[in-house]
Design a protein. Structure first.
Lengths: 249, 385
C-alpha cells in the first residue's frame, strides 16, 4: 500500500508573525519557514506504518511555490521515499489544495492519505474533509490513535465529550491530531541522503485543476494590544477592583 | 561529497532545533553538575553531528571543515561547555585523518563519526604548556612498538575519552623537530586518567591529567613519521583556533543579547536603562565590535578553506585572539548591565562570564597568539591582500 502525505510549508512555529505593512497578509519574506507541525505528525505516522510492514511507499506531496521543495525534502529526510510538488505561485485555498491532492491521488492510487488536521498558519481545518468528499472516500479526522488493517482503518478521534472510535474502509483520508505520535527528527546523514531522492514537479494546469482563489481577503490586522496587568497586594484589593473597576462581580 | 548550500542550510536548521530543544534547556544543569552530559552527547551522535568532519569512506558525511565551525558558534550560544565537547571531538580527529595509516583510520574514524568513540588530544604537560617544544613525555622505539612515558595535563574529554592522540618526544635533543604523535586507545595498560579538574568555567566539559606509564603501542599507531608531531599539532591548531573563536563568538553573542534584552526592559530613573547614554553607548560599541569580530572570524574561515597557507594561519590566530578577548569583555559588561542579578547563580550571564575566560587560555593563550602573529608580521609583513 502506498501512503500519500500532503505537507504544508508554513511560517515556523517559533517565529513571531508580523502583519505586512499593506495589510494584505502576514510577512513571509525572509521569515523562517518549516513544515506544519501537524504534517510532521502525519509523516511520522506514515513512516511507522511502513516500518511495521503496513505500507510499501511513502510519497510526500506539497502544493505551492518552488520553495515547498524544502518542505518535501524535510519529509524525505525523515524517511519518505519520494516527493511530488504541485508548483504554483497562486495563493491556494483549502478547496484548491483538495482538488490538486485529488488529482495527485488519482495518479498515485494510494491506499491511505494522511494529513495534518489543520495548518498552523490559517487554522482552516478543511483540506482533509474536502479531499475525502471529492474522492468519495471515507474519512477519519482529529485522529489520536490509528490502527491500519487489511481493508480498513480503526481510528480514535478526540472529540469534545471524550474519545470516539470510528472505522473507515480503505482507501481513506485520515487527518491527525497532536497526540498521535512524537515526530522524529531527521538526522544529518538522512538530510544528506534526501538530496538524492526524486521530486516530481507538476503545474496545476497539467493536473487539470483551476486554482483561482474564490475568497478575497479584505484586510489583515494585528490583534489589539493588551495593556500590561497590575499586581495587587492582597485578595481584598483584587475583589474590590473586580467589583468597582472591572465590574464583573 | 561537498555540501551544497541548500543541504547545509537544512542541516543547520536541524541542528538549530536540536540546540533549542535539547542543548539550551540543559545548559544550566550541565554547568551546575560539572558532569559530562552523556545523554546529550548520545543525542548529538544520533543526529550525526560527529560525522560532519569525517570522510564518507570512514563512515562520515564528508570532510567538511566549515559546517562544524559554524555549528560551534551556534551551540555555544546555548552552552559553551557542550560546544567544546562537540568541537574538541571534531578537532581531535584531525591528526588521525591527516596522518594515520589506513588500518588505524579504519579502526577509529568510523567509531568517532558515530559518536561511539570520543577522541582527545594530549599535548600540554605540567612543565610544557605554551612551550610545546619543551614537553618531556618520551616515546622510545622497542622493536615494532613504542613505549610512552610522561604526564599530560588539561586534556579535554580525557575522563570520557576513548582514543588519545598523544604528542611525545622521539628525539629528546631535537626540539620541536623531535616531536611525534601516537594514537593510544583508552584501556591500554599504563594509561591512567586522573579525576576531572574542577574549573570555574566550561564546567561539564571535563579536563584531566593523563599519565603514561610505560604505555606500549604498535609502531603503526604513530601518526606520520617520527618528527611529524609539531606539524600535526600546528595543523590541528589552525582549525581548533577557529572553533575556539566560534565558541567565544557564540558566548559573546548570547551575553550581548541577554544584556540588550534586559536593558530594554529594566527601568531606572523613569526609563529603560538602554536610554541612559552610558548603557546605550556600551551596548552600541560592543555590538559594533562583535560585528567586526564576526567578520574577522568569517574571513579567517574563508582563508582556511580557500588556501591553508601562512596568512591563513595568521588569520586564525588573529580571529582567536580578538574573539576570545572580546568575549571576555562583553560577558563582563553583560554582568554589569544586569547589576546584582548579573551576579546571581540563578541567572545566566554569570555562567557566560565564567566560561569566557578559558577562550583566552586554551588552544594557545592570548600572549602566545600575539607572539605568533607578531612573528608572522616580522617575517612576512601584514597578511592582507
Ligand atoms: C578548558 C581547557 C581545555 C584544554 N584542553 C586541552 C587539551 O585538550 N589538550 C591539551 O593538550 N591541552 C589542553 N589545554 C591546555 C592549554 O592548551 C594550555 O593551558 C595552554 O596552552 C597554556 O599552557 P599553560 O596553562 O601551561 O600556561 P603557561 O604556558 O605556563 O603560561 C602561563 C602564562 O604565561 C604566558 N606565557 C607563556 N609563555 C609566554 C611567552 N613566550 N610570551 C608571553 N607570555 C607567555 C601565558 O600566556 C600565560 O599567561 C586546555 C586548557 C583549558 C583551560
Amino acid at each position: 500500500m502506498k501512503i500519500l502525505v500532503p505537507v504544508k510549508r508554513v511560517v515556523d512555529a517559533n517565529i513571531k508573525v508580523r502583519v505586512k505593512a499593506d495589510g494584505t497578509g502576514v510577512e513571509t519574506q525572509n521569515v523562517k519557514m518549516s513544515m506544519n507541525p501537524f504534517c510532521e505528525i502525519a509523516v511520522e505516522e506514515a513512516l511507522r506504518l511502513k516500518e511495521a510492514g503496513k505500507a510499501t511507499e511513502i510519497i510526500a506531496v506539497s502544493c505551492g511555490p518552488v520553495q515547498c521543495q524544502e518542505t518535501i525534502r524535510t519529509a524525505l529526510a525523515m524517511g519518505a521515499d519520494r516527493g511530488v510538488l504541485v508548483e504554483t505561485d497562486v495563493p491556494l485555498e483549502p478547496l484548491a489544495i483538495a482538488k490538486l491532492l485529488k488529482a495527485v491521488a488519482e495518479k498515485e492510487q494510494p491506499g491511505l492519505i494522511l494529513l495534518g488536521k489543520q495548518a498552523i498558519d490559517n487554522d482552516c481545518n478543511q483540506t482533509g474533509q474536502m479531499l475525502s468528499a471529492l474522492l468519495g472516500w471515507g474519512q477519519a479526522t482529529f485522529v489520536s490513535k490509528l490502527a491500519v488493517e487489511a481493508d480498513h482503518v480503526e481510528a480514535t478521534r478526540e472529540v469534545d465529550g471524550g474519545l470516539e472510535v470510528v472505522k473507515a474502509r480503505l482507501p481513506a483520508v485520515v487527518t491527525v491530531d497532536l497526540r498521535l505520535n512524537e515526530p522524529r527528527y531527521a538526522s544529518l546523514p538522512n538530510i544528506m541522503k534526501a538530496k538524492k531522492k526524486p521530486i516530481e514537479i507538476f503545474k496545476p494546469e497539467a493536473l487539470g485543476v483551476d486554482v483561482t482563489p474564490r475568497v478575497i481577503v479584505l484586510k489583515v490586522v494585528e490583534p489589539a494590544k493588551r495593556n500590561a496587568g497590575v499586581k495587587v497586594p492582597d485578595v481584598a484589593t483584587l475583589v474590590a477592583k473586580l467589583r468597582t473597576e472591572a465590574k464583573v462581580i | 561529497m561537498a555540501l551544497d548550500a541548500d543541504t547545509r542550510r537544512a542541516m543547520l536548521e536541524r541542528v538549530e532545533r536540536f540546540i533549542r530543544e535539547d542543548v539550551a534547556p540543559e545548559a544550566a544543569a550541565i554547568d551546575r553538575a560539572d558532569a559530562f552530559p552523556r545523554a546529550l552527547f548520545a543525542k548529538a551522535a544520533d543526529l550525526g553531528l560527529f560525522a560532519l568532519g569525517v570522510p564518507e569512506a570512514y563512515g562520515g558525511l564528508g570532510r567538511d571543515i566549515e559546517t562544524p565551525i559554524l555549528l560551534s558558534e551556534r551551540i555555544a550560544r546555548a552552552s559553551a561547555a557542550f560546544s567544546l565537547s562537540f568541537n574538541n571531538t571534531t578537532d581531535a580527529a584531525v591528526p588521525i585523518l591527516d596522518a594515520a595509516q589506513e588500518s588505524i583510520k579504519r579502526r577509529y574514524l568510523p567509531a568517532i563519526a558515530k559518536g561511539a568513540a570520543i577522541p582527545c588530544i594530549a599535548i600540554s604537560e605540567p612543565q610544557g604548556g605554551s612551550d610545546v617544544a619543551s614537553i618531556r613525555t618520551v616515546a622510545v622505539r622497542k622493536g615494532d612498538r613504542y613505549v610512552i612515558d610522561g604526564r599530560k595535563m588539561w586534556c579535554t574529554n580525557a575522563p570520557v575519552g576513548d582514543v588519545f592522540t598523544v604528542f611525545a618526544k622521539t628525539d629528546q635533543a631535537g626540539g620541536h623537530k623531535g616531536l611525534s604523535a601516537f594514537v593510544v586507545p583508552a584501556g591500554t595498560p599504563g594509561l591512567v586518567v586522573g579525576p576531572a579538574e574542577p574549573l570555574i568555567g566550561l564546567r561539564g566539559s571535563p579536563v584531566a591529567e593523563v599519565v603514561f606509564d610505560g604505555v606500549e603501542v604498535p609502531a603503526d599507531h604513530m601518526l606520520g613519521a617520527e618528527g611529524d608531531g609539531f606539524r600535526l599539532a600546528m595543523l590541528t591548531l589552525d582549525e581548533s583556533r577557529l572553533h575556539c573563536a566560534a565558541t567565544a563568538l557564540g558566548v559573546a553573542t548570547a551575553a550581548l543579547d541577554l544584556a540588550l534584552g534586559y536593558a530594554r526592559e529594566r527601568v531606572q530613573f523613569g526609563q529603560p536603562i538602554i536610554r541612559h547614554q552610558a548603557i546605550q553607548s556600551l551596548l552600541a560599541r560592543r555590538a559594533s565590535e562583535l560585528a567586526a569580530a564576526r567578520a574577522l572570524w568569517r574571513e579567517a574561515l574563508a582563508r582556511l578553506l580557500a588556501d591553508h597557507d601562512r596568512p591563513a594561519s595568521a588569520y586564525a590566530g588573529m580571529a582567536k585572539l580578538v574573539c576570545s578577548e572580546l568575549c571576555m569583555a562583553i560577558t563582563v559588561d553583560a554582568v554589569q548591565v544586569f547589576g546584582a542579578s548579573g551576579l546571581s547563580r540563578n541567572g545566566t550571564v554569570e555562567r557566560l562570564m565564567r566560561d569566557a575566560k578559558a577562550f583566552e587560555i586554551y588552544d594557545g593563550t592570548s600572549q602566545i597568539q600575539a607572539a605568533m602573529i607578531g612573528k608572522h608580521l616580522e617575517r612576512h609583513g601584514l597578511p592582507f591582500v
